[in-house]
Design a protein around this ligand. Sequence first.
Ligand SMILES: [Zn+2]
Length: 232
Amino acid sequence: MHAHRFGFVAVIGAAFATSAALGLADDKSSAKDKRRVPVNVIVDLSDAPEAAAWVYRAKPLVEKWHPIIADMLKSDGFVPASEVKLVPKKDMKIPAATSGNVISISVDHISHHPDDYGMVIHELVHVLQRYPRVDKDTWWLVEGIADYIRYYRFEPKIKLPRLDPSKASFRDGYKTSARFLAWIERKHDRTIVKKLNLALRKGEYRPELFQEWTKQSLDQLWVNFVRAMPAR
Ligand SMILES: [Zn+2]
């Protein structure tokens, strides 16, 4: 459902990662954690037991980031999934996919990109989005918000590739849309992602909302974004 064409360049077999690299360090929110939704992460190794070590490194990451992301994407009356399943798969054509609360992970992908734990965070966002309607008008935002949380919250220091303005569009989804949203957030509206999440969750998103919130249409915003072309 959600394909990803990117990953980190990493040496095969170098699946070692420090706790800091995994975003497990620097936990200052223990008091807050008590109010957060507990998550039960289930690992299903029936298809690919050889991925056990990798998936068991992803598990505490999901446990840590589930409440953080659920908080970022909260809305009145919405109850986030309290169970997340991690399922490595042998025969997958795409790096990862999420269906409901099940995150399928390509064994082939993680063997070539053993450091790509950010992909799990992206998929975890999908578990927690649960928007009622994902179509041609909204999918770029669904993927953009998933990468926004990945690259601007989970991996805020990672370098992003140069963007080619002659080919790119905010409708591309993924990194490009994430970058666009992060720029709108910095320039125009600190709460843009929160507001988009609420609109998407209620099934009330329409492009005119950008005009209402920022006083510029999506196309005007894009022209100004390309002009500014932020490195991140
Ligand atoms: Zn996705």
